[in-house]
Design a protein around this ligand. Structure first.
Ligand code: GLU
Length: 477
């Protein structure tokens, strides 16, 4: 058994494409087959080498490890021309000299008559003399579609039936000598011994043409599996409107590759029971294209983020550190400085980027923390600010041990003794330690920072109170 993933390098790796790649990989692994990566770059206008490279690196990042390739179709142009010529020589294809203008006129005539446009088939009738006379003229090569039924068994959709009558004599070779997708895909699937073609539903209407071509080349027709569409949460075809659509965007958002892999595996397939978390290795033992759902799958970003949180929670601090450092900017501090904050937040953050965000106060030095103006305005109020913060500083300097329970008890006892609500201490403490109005539980933050840094940050806030409060009382324009 041999499968292939055959992206056209016209953009980033779309999540739908990523799922197609994953399903191909899993089916190949499950059945002890092989998987080929083929870059379908014969459309010179739209294909870019950089997109091919991006797609390849996204696949590697996702953990899709193909066995053969990448093969580039642009390296095989000569082969497609030869194969088209073979079909012409065998009378199964013919040269068509109709000009773009003629075809357009036919199209418009059909439109006026309210009929669906079809190629007239005019050039089928050219005699050898006609052809000789046109020998130097620009032309395309068209496939001669003969009437008859085209039936196949799709692994996902079951029995599919098409009538060749409804299919136009489609173009195989363009006038510039480049193959159309139909020709190159079939020639390659034959030459590369592909036994199973799993691709998006959007290709279903191409499949009867391909089957005619396989037959014309006297090659065995592979087994097909057309994967259901992926819809956005708005139940429309997944598009930019409903959020990120490329694997790269999710990587940059701080989604783990194994989480995205798991999430994509479940778009149209389920391991059974209520099970949601499954590794690539496990899925490769039980996945089968035959079990893929016919109906469209919904891409629920919230579920992906939940799943990513599940994966992050299970990683060690070392592993999280390794993965989060790209999000920490230049010169990230060493693991030991961050271990506490990682442990504290890894089960709270849904993405590596979120985690990097809450780690921010831990990355800056005690004297370069910036205070958010809105939080300053909201929480630094009252004439007693300075003594209130001094009392808190002293209480935290004395408390033993410096852990979450004791620090919280010390703060609450202090508030009570002064007849104040605990919030009068907690919010300024949060501002002192994180510079922000919101953070993970503040006693956890204090403990992760340690007594020394907690006190240093509190002292710095006390020292800055006069100027901070003065600036906050200036009415904003
Ligand atoms: N290159 C085609 C695409 O990106 C896929 C072709 C195929 O799988 O047959 O849509």
């Amino acid at each position: 058994m041999k499968l292939r993933f055959a992206p056209s390098p016209t953009g980033f790796l779309h999540v739908g494409g990523a799922r197609t790649a994953i399903f191909n990989l899993l089916h190949a692994r499950r059945h002890g087959g092989r998987m080929l990566l083929r870059i379908e770059d014969t459309d010179v206008e739209r294909s870019r080498q950089r997109h091919a490279e991006q797609i390849i690196s996204s696949l590697q990042w996702l953990g899709v490890d193909w066995d053969e390739g990448p093969v580039y179709q642009s390296d095989r142009l000569e082969i497609y021309r030869e194969r088209a010529e073979e079909l012409v020589a065998a009378g199964k294809a013919y040269r068509c000299y109709c000009t773009v203008e003629e075809l357009e006129a036919d199209r418009q005539a059909a439109e006026h008559a309210g009929k669906a446009y079809r190629y007239s088939g005019k050039c089928r009738a050219l005699t050898d003399t006609d052809l000789d006379a046109r020998a130097d003229m620009q032309h395309v090569v068209r496939f001669k579609v003969e009437p008859g039924a085209i039936e196949f068994h799709d692994l996902i959709r079951g029995d599919v039936h098409f009538e060749a009558e409804l299919i136009d004599d489609f173009v195989l070779l363009r006038s510039d000598g480049h193959p159309t997708y139909h020709l190159s895909v079939v020639v390659d699937d034959i030459d590369m011994d592909i036994t199973t073609v799993a691709r998006g539903d959007d290709h279903l209407s191409n499949t009867p043409k391909h089957i005619l071509l396989f037959r014309a080349f006297r090659a065995e027709v592979p087994t097909f599996a057309h994967l259901p569409l992926i819809l956005g949460s708005d139940k429309k075809r997944l598009s930019k409107r409903s959020g990120a659509t490329s694997a790269e965007e999710y990587r940059d958002m701080g989604v783990l590759p194994e989480a995205l892999f798991n999430f994509l595996v479940l778009l149209g397939w389920a391991p059974g029971g209520d099970r949601e978390l499954i590794s690539c290795e496990e899925a490769a033992r039980i996945f089968d294209l035959r079990d893929v759902n016919k109906s469209p799958a919904v891409f629920d970003v919230e579920k992906l983020l939940w799943m990513n949180g599940q994966y992050m929670m299970r990683l060690s601090a070392e592993e999280i550190y390794r993965r989060v450092t790209p999000f920490l900017g230049e010169n990230p501090p060493p693991l030991e400085t961050l271990r506490g904050v990682i442990e504290l937040n890894k089960s709270r953050a849904r993405t590596l980027k979120d985690l990097a965000e809450v780690m921010h106060p831990f990355l800056v030095s005690d004297d370069s923390l910036e205070y958010q103006p809105e939080a300053v305005k909201k929480h630094l109020k009252g004439d007693d600010m300075v003594p209130r913060m001094r009392e808190l500083h002293d209480a935290l300097a004395r408390v033993e041990p410096f852990d979450v329970v004791s620090t919280e008890q010390a703060l609450r006892a202090l508030a009570e003794s002064k007849g104040l609500g605990a919030g009068k201490y907690i919010h300024p403490l949060r501002l002192a330690l994180t510079g922000r109005g919101a953070s993970p539980p503040i006693f956890d933050v204090a403990v992760a920072l340690g007594r020394q840094r907690t006190l240093a940050r509190l002292q710095r806030l006390i020292d800055s109170l006069p100027s901070l409060m003065a600036s906050a009382s200036v009415p904003s324009s």
